[in-house]
Design a protein around this ligand. Structure first.
Ligand code: HEC
Length: 253
């Protein structure tokens, strides 16, 4: 157990340093992203009541599983990507927007993969900004999904259920990734709780441990040296939507 906790401690510190330095890409500018999105509008609709067009509806696409918008006829390679369970994390969107065909070839590990989307966004700043803009539509998606019955089966994990109620002295983490993973919650004071959580389980610090906040972390298993971590406030639950190592996890807002 001591080796395990040391591993976790080490990787948590690495992750926290990474958090401090900012993510791999600068946070995008929503207003600039709205302008960039004009290029996408030729094929994609977004927002309340949006309908599929040449491309699928993009409302709530950040955190959504690839190729799962109802009634859109995705290409063959995209349907294969859906089988892998790939989630549109910011990192994956960045890869897709850089070069959709190349992205599919990398994910599916075949030179035969083809994307129905021929459009590319070459500038990193444009990609960062448009992703920031896309993120602003995830809340609307949740509202829409409550109304629409057909969305239930295709619901992204992000809207699986509302955040749990958390006492003001707790830090909690909820596993909504659909996978069994190792979670760590650590109060600023240093007390740490480590537990493997099945899908839809959660973990909290014991009462009165965490008024000052702390961190939550997630790893594939006890031997994993890399995972994700996130600063956590007392009194609210951090919700993991999708797991991907090297701090590429998707968390609900
Ligand atoms: C010329 C048309 C066209 C343009 C312009 C375009 N797309 Fe697409 N997009 C498509 C098509 C077609 C697909 C479906 C791909 C497939 O099934 O292979 C798609 C798929 C996607 C997906 C995957 C959605 C899902 O449900 O899995 C995302 C994300 C996406 N596009 C984002 C964008 C963004 C952001 C822009 C603007 C920067 C953009 N697209 C511009 C046609 C376009």
């Amino acid at each position: 157990m001591s080796i395990i906790s040391q591993n976790i401690k080490v990787s948590l510190s690495i992750c926290i340093i990474a958090l401090g330095m900012g993510a791999a890409h600068a946070a995008g500018d929503i207003e600039k992203g709205e302008k960039v999105f004009k290029k996408c509008k030729a094929c994609h609709k977004i927002g309340e009541g949006a309908k599929n067009a040449i491309g699928p509806v993009l409302t709530g696409v950040v955190g959504r599983k690839a190729a799962t918008f109802p009634d859109y006829s995705y290409g063959k390679s995209m349907r294969k990507v859906r089988e892998t369970g790939l989630v549109w994390s910011e990192e994956n969107l960045d890869g897709w927007l850089t070069n959709p065909k190349k992205f599919l070839r990398k994910i599916l590990d075949t030179r035969k993969a083809k994307a129905k989307m021929k459009f590319k966004l070459k500038k990193q700043a444009d990609r960062d900004n448009v992703i920031a803009y896309l993120k602003t539509f995830s809340v609307e998606m949740k509202k829409g999904a409550m109304k629409k019955d057909d969305m239930k089966t295709e619901a992204t994990p992000a809207m699986a259920k509302p955040a749990m109620a958390v006492a003001a002295t707790h830090i909690c983490v909820e596993n909504q990734s659909g996978k069994t993973l190792l979670f760590v919650v650590e109060a600023k004071g240093g007390e740490r709780v480590v537990k493997t959580l099945n899908a839809a389980e959660n973990l909290c610090t014991p009462q009165k441990m965490a008024d000052a906040g702390g961190t939550v972390g997630v790893f594939l298993n006890e031997d994993a040296l890399e995972g994700c971590s996130r600063l956590a406030k007392a009194g609210q639950a951090e919700r993991l939507v999708a797991y991907e190592p090297f701090d590429n996890c998707t968390w609900a807002q």
